[in-house]
Design a protein around this ligand. Structure first.
Ligand code: GLN
Length: 244
């Protein structure tokens, strides 16, 4: 089997809070264990983005200040490539600040930080506390088993789904997109946004495999089974922390 997963991390230095880079390490390791080659590239401020060269595009979470810098750059140098990548069904994952940037906009007081508009969501920094804590959601990817994601959220922005925009899942414990709707994240075809840090993938290895399979355009059952005893323990511990 000569498979290769080609990943591009956007702004890996600026959009990497709560060690979101750990998500990339999980993808790398799960590929390595299966003999799948893993190639990691990055695209930072001012750098172009290749719309065809990658199977998975990734953008982590960030502080408002860094997010603003990245948003300007994203629009100027990467938006068209991301739309082209989404159109050919590449996998695109945004976490927290990255999720907000995949939507239409993030409004902070008088300021509106534009997003790339791949997800029909809008984020607003309203009055009120940050939404912080352990979170568990039930995702709707069509699987009966293993459909719970557990993680940690910390965001000031409240995200609202446009009419017809599917969430990634429903909140079992925690705040989710806006603390009220019961929705968490958003998904449009192979573009996914979520508020779950932790980072997300070490606590939810099953989801890492879904991403790998989707990015490679293969069935998840075609991925070799791994001994996930530690990963299961991490998942259960994250669920327990959330109270599920
Ligand atoms: N800056 C954004 C907010 O506070 C995203 C934070 C994050 O990525 N954790 O809403």
């Amino acid at each position: 089997m000569d498979r290769v997963l080609r990943v591009c991390a956007l702004y890996p230095d600026l959009m990497n809070i709560y060690a979101d880079r750990g998500n990339l390490l999980v993808l790398e390791q799960r590929c390595a264990w299966r003999g799948i080659r893993f190639e990691l590239s990055s695209s930072g401020l001012g750098e172009p983005l290749d719309a065809d060269a990658y199977d998975l595009y990734y953008i982590g979470g960030g502080q408002d200040r860094d997010q603003r810098l990245c948003a300007e750059d994203l629009i100027a140098t990467k938006r068209d490539a991301l739309h082209a990548a989404a159109a050919r069904d590449a996998m695109i994952l945004g976490v927290c600040g990255g999720y907000q940037l995949l939507g239409h906009s993030y409004v902070l007081g008088q300021d509106e930080i534009p997003g790339v508009g791949l997800l029909d969501v809008r984020t607003v920094r309203e009055d009120g506390p940050r939404l912080i804590g352990n979170v568990a959601i039930e995702v709707s990817l069509g699987d009966v088993e293993d459909s719970i994601l557990a993680g940690f959220e910390n965001h000031g922005g409240r995200t609202y789904l446009g009419a017809g925009q599917e969430p990634l899942g429903c909140v079992l414990k925690g705040h989710g997109n806006d603390g009220r709707s019961g929705f968490e994240g958003a998904r449009a075809s192979n573009t996914i946004g979520t508020y779950l840090h932790g980072p997300l993938l070490p606590k939810n290895a099953w989801f890492a495999d879904r991403l790998i399979a989707t990015a490679l355009h293969i069935d998840p059952s075609d991925l070799a089974l791994l001994d996930d005893a530690f990963e299961q323990a991490a998942h259960l511990s994250a669920r327990r922390a959330a109270g599920i």
